[in-house]
Design a protein around this ligand. Structure first.
Ligand SMILES: NC(=O)c1ccc[n+]([C@@H]2O[C@H](COP(=O)([O-])OP(=O)(O)OC[C@H]3O[C@@H](n4cnc5c(N)ncnc54)[C@H](O)[C@@H]3O)[C@@H](O)[C@H]2O)c1
Length: 269
């Protein structure tokens, strides 16, 4: 009992450095907010640098420590630069959050090979690349670490048709998560996943508009989705941000290879 971390320190990330890919809008922004608020140095790694600079400017005004490093997760050289610049600025990488992802809805018979490959390249290869280069540095530093992959309920069960490539990619990330958790456990690097259900983000808004047949209000599509959610609301980015904070913190001292479903009960329906 005498060695227990005090309750008020369990979510304290002061002195830790986190990278969040795709962290500037949507779920990524929710994650960046909670990690920075908890005291971590947070690197926002996004292919859209203007978006990343905007959230860094906004949250730095609270006195929190953030930096934007332009990164396309499909570009191996940019990932190497991300890792080097993060260590150059903050001295280490303690937490890696793989959040960047896309979810175009296209029936499988109409999907081109290049579109299928684009989804797999961003959602799965991107996660492999960041883990490869970040884990190498975490192992060398010998201080352990946390890797948190944002999957989806679609990593477990399809939520709707049109997402064949997406579901393949997210099942892939879940498989990667479990195997890497096993490989990195001897280095005290805990690797887990968060599987969101329907979360209100700019990406989802764009998808709803794209899927609405002419003359149908996108609000109708939202209504149909809500009917499938026992909590009767879409999730907010902060619903995911709080669970990622939990996984990044001392609260999650005995979890690795787990996937936490955060879906308002949607998978039950
Ligand atoms: N919103 C949901 O309902 C939902 C549900 C389950 C899982 N997810 C997952 O959560 C993650 C975030 O989703 P969101 O809804 O916030 O998306 P979003 O489209 O609102 O935001 C995605 C962010 O990722 C960035 N990004 C995209 N491709 C990138 C790349 N190649 N390199 C770097 N950055 C890139 C975009 O610039 C953007 O900032 C995705 O992995 C998605 O699959 C979302």
């Amino acid at each position: 009992m005498e060695n227990l971390v005090p309750g008020n320190k369990l979510l304290d990330l002061n002195g830790k450095t986190a990278i969040v890919t795709g962290g500037s809008i949507g779920i990524g922004a929710g994650i960046v907010y909670r990690l920075a608020e908890a005291g971590a140095n947070v690197v926002v790694a996004n292919r859209n640098q203007a978006e990343a600079e905007a959230i860094v400017t906004k949250l730095s005004a609270f006195g929190w420590k953030l930096k934007a490093i332009k990164t396309d997760v499909t570009n191996e050289q940019e990932i190497k630069t991300l890792i080097e610049q993060t260590i150059g600025t903050y001295g280490a990488i303690d937490i890696l959050v793989n959040n960047a992802g896309i979810y175009p809805s296209i029936p499988v018979t109409q999907m081109s090979l290049s579109e299928f490959e684009r989804v797999l390249t961003i959602n799965l290869k991107g996660v492999f690349l960041t883990i490869k280069y970040a884990a190498e540095k975490m192992i060398a530093a010998g201080k352990g670490g946390r890797i948190i992959n944002v999957t989806s309920i679609d990593a477990l069960h399809p939520s709707m048709i049109g997402l064949a490539a997406y579901d393949a990619s997210k099942h892939g990330v879940w498989g990667l998560t479990k195997n890497v958790a096993l490989e990195l456990a001897p280095h005290r690097i805990w690797v887990n996943a968060v599987a969101p259900g329907g979360i209100s983000t700019p990406g989802v808004a764009k998808m709803q508009t794209a899927m609405s047949p002419p003359g149908i209000d996108p609000a109708k599509i939202i209504e149909m989705s809500l009917a499938k959610i026992p909590m009767k609301r879409l999730g907010e980015p902060d619903d995911i941000g709080k669970v990622v904070l939990f996984l990044a913190s001392e609260m999650a001292s005995y979890l690795t290879g787990s996937q936490i479903v955060v879906d308002g009960g949607m998978l039950l329906a």
